[in-house]
Design a protein around this ligand. Structure first.
Ligand SMILES: NC(=O)c1ccc[n+]([C@@H]2O[C@H](COP(=O)([O-])OP(=O)(O)OC[C@H]3O[C@@H](n4cnc5c(N)ncnc54)[C@H](O)[C@@H]3O)[C@@H](O)[C@H]2O)c1
Length: 441
């Protein structure tokens, strides 16, 4: 795990890339095949992109893709809701003008819009929907033979992680490039510091501390005539089946850095959490704080904290302590490394990883390099899910038990009239996990 995808040897040519992007099953291949052949024959290196999930990050990811040096064009967009799609398209057209070619017939609204976007002759899809939909949409992208950029986290439960891993084996066979939005892995100062930790500059690793403490987030009030499914998808952050809870949705960034520093995933976790301030009808079922002690096979501990409560101490940071010194990374990359007997080494925040990760993906595609970030990202999402299982249950949970969990949080019918598994009580509030009682895996 934790390989740098950019360091992998060239194992696929540019021709393979174009072929792979049109590795679509059956008749669906025809549109893509002709695209690839004509593109290749004309010596074109145009990469056609579909954005799926046109919210804040999706619009940002599309902007990053359109800002690379590669010859790219955004040609299709899909979103559950028309207003989100239109707002995103308007902003992207304004900024990128003729790099955005999304006519009405390539705008797809609804829960099945993603499939239509994948069938519209594109090479690369950006999956930026809530993570509860990621396994289903990644499976579809791989089946359709598309290269993928997908946001973290990769799923919200263990069955979802197993689907991601299985689809990824097919993606590897099809030589599809797959990037995952752990942008910190691409930031140069993170690479430098973690490389130094791996080379033993702070001695033998003893423990890690990771934090994502901040205030509360947006709320999208219930609208008249909304079905319960529409309400939950709009307010996806507050429902565990859609976001994984904030320990999964957000804190996964820090847990990923911890796993990267430790060069493995934890083998067990225990922790505590709850919702002290996040109460009421508008805030679904998730907790507002989690504190977890993860244990790695090496004996190294990772102490993890995440909180979304106003008026408290805030921190987005990752810290490693070794036998000879320590490394502290604060707020996306300002950092200091202190080693006994040496002057401290300091780093300032460098270039934004969101742009670098997209530059790296499109450069790999242009060079025909093998590129796959899924295995390590699946470990990190699973680490976060393990942490949530520990805080929701109040029990010690092993990695083995967590990865084999059969607890599937996704409703059977994903349609606006489909039944959600989580429902508000008579007071309009949603029940939340009860440590000591809840079966969390
Ligand atoms: N890497 C990062 O720094 C970073 C930052 C923010 C968000 N994210 C991730 O990006 C993803 C999206 O987050 P966001 O902040 O953009 O949320 P958002 O609510 O702003 O956007 C999500 C969009 O997806 C749409 N959507 C929901 N379900 C859909 C479906 N089934 N099919 C199509 N569209 C659907 C919504 O209507 C919305 O427009 C999440 O996984 C989040 O964790 C990553």
């Amino acid at each position: 795990m934790n390989q740098d995808p950019n360091s992998q040897p060239h194992s696929a040519s540019r021709r393979d890339f174009l072929k792979a992007s049109t590795f679509a099953a059956g008749a669906a291949a025809l549109g893509g095949l002709s695209l690839a052949r004509s593109a290749h024959a004309a010596g074109s290196d145009l990469v056609k992109i579909a954005l799926i999930g046109c919210g804040g990050r999706g619009t940002g990811a599309a902007a990053n893709a359109l800002s690379t040096k590669a010859n790219v064009r955004l040609v299709a967009m899909a979103d559950a809701f028309k207003d989100s799609l239109d707002a995103s398209l308007g902003a992207l057209r304004k900024q990128f003008k003729d790099r955005v070619d999304v006519p009405d017939e390539r705008k797809f609204v609804g829960l099945d819009g993603y499939q239509k976007a994948m069938e519209s002759g594109v090479d690369l899809v950006l999956l930026c929907t809530p993570p509860g939909f990621r396994p289903m949409q990644f499976e579809a992208a791989v089946k359709a033979g598309k290269h993928v950029f997908m946001e973290k986290p990769l799923a919200t439960d263990a069955p979802g992680i197993r689907r991601i891993r299985a689809a990824n084996e097919t993606a590897k066979q099809k030589k599809l490039a797959v990037a995952v939005g752990h942008h910190l892995r691409h930031e140069r100062q993170y690479r430098d510091i973690v490389g130094r930790i791996h080379r033993g500059e702070i001695g033998e690793l003893k423990y890690l501390r990771v934090y994502f403490d901040m205030g509360p987030l947006w709320i999208r009030p219930r609208r008249p005539n909304q079905t319960e499914m529409q309400y939950q998808v709009r307010n996806w952050y507050y429902f565990t089946w859609l976001s994984g809870d904030h320990i999964v949705e957000q804190h996964v960034h820090d847990l990923d850095v911890g796993n990267w520093m430790a060069r493995e995933h934890p083998i067990e976790a225990q922790g505590m959490g709850g919702r002290q301030v996040r109460v009421g009808k508008d805030v679904g079922e998730i907790f507002d704080h989690h504190a977890v002690e993860f244990t790695y096979a090496s004996g190294v501990k990772m102490f993890s904290y995440c909180r979304q409560i106003a008026g408290c101490w805030d921190s987005f940071s990752q810290h490693a302590t070794g036998t000879q010194g320590s490394a502290d990374i604060v707020g996306h990359g300002s950092a200091v490394m202190q080693v006994a007997g040496q002057p401290p080494k300091k780093w300032r925040r460098a270039h934004d990883g969101h742009q670098i990760e997209m530059d790296d993906l499109l450069a790999a595609l242009a060079a025909g390099k093998t590129y796959n970030e899924v295995d390590r990202a699946a470990d990190s999402t699973m680490t976060a899910i393990l942490g949530r299982m520990a805080t929701y249950s109040g029990k010690l949970v092993t990695w083995e038990a967590a990865v084999n969990s059969q607890l599937d949080l996704t409703p059977k019918k994903l349609a606006w009239d489909g039944k959600t598994l989580v429902k508000p009580g008579p007071d309009g509030c949603y029940p939340c996990a009860m440590p000591g009682v809840t079966k969390a895996w």
